[in-house]
Design a protein around this ligand. Sequence first.
Ligand code: SF4
Length: 322
Amino acid sequence: MNTEAISPFGERRYHAWNDHVKALHGGRVQKVSIAAGFTCPNRDGLVGTGGCTFCNNASFTPGYLDRRQPITEQIDAGLLFLRRRYPGTQHYIAYFQSYTNTYGEFKRLRACYEEALSHPQISGLAISTRPDCLPSEVLDYLAVLAREHIIELEIGVESCNDAALARVNRGHDFAASVDAIRRSAARGLEVTAHLMLGLPGESYESMLDGARHLSALPIRALKLHQLQLVRGTALAREWQRNPDAVPLLDEQTCLSLLADFIERLAPSILLQRVGSEVPPALKLAPHWNLRLSELAPRISAELSRRGSWQGCRYLPTTAGSS
Ligand code: SF4
């Protein structure tokens, strides 16, 4: 690696979502989480029961959110909280985050999205879903909405490795993610892929291979999460019975992995997240000294130490070779 070469991404050394969005929309964009009462086909029996073994939706539900309230009131409560916490935010988008937010009768989905968009402070939607829950009718409708609003479609890929996906009872394979991402992007929708690093059944190499697979797809952004064991999940119970069956990333390995991954990731892909933090009351393991707020600067420091940056080891592949 040429340590004298200059990072195209400045001191951050990766293509950060926040910087891009601020430049594009003339200021900070903040997501207001809402819960529309959807469920998940990997829980209700359509695809499976019990859900993904790492999943406990409570772990990413913010404290201000009261799922019993109508969507408009949830947005008002979220804005009240976020305006105090992030003064100076220019745009707010409604974040359909918990469970599978494209799973349901089309009429109901549309009513939920349109109620959120009718709020005078809301400029768009972020919709989180599974790759096997994106019928053409929904994608066509979202593509129409995207002509006038910010629409971010967040697809839970979680892993590019079918063995790891099966190991955590994900209920779909990587081919389902490839198909969903391509069908969404073909309609002009901006796709954010959600990837979890450290699932059981992955190796260091298979996770790095994920950077290559995702780089070959038309995704706009990527959210990286490290596996954390959340109380009440099947994976947490499995770890308690036999920790060797669920090896967890320590912070140093995770930092190295993230730096190696980012070096192999296409430079065009925006990094929206490089890690996550489960609320302490819900987290069983691992316990790191590193706080989430320290993770991004530590990654930049590691890339700087190596004289590297996002995409410096990226090898473009031809379409269909992912
Ligand atoms: S992670 Fe998503 S798809 Fe998996 S069980 Fe939870 S809500 Fe369902």
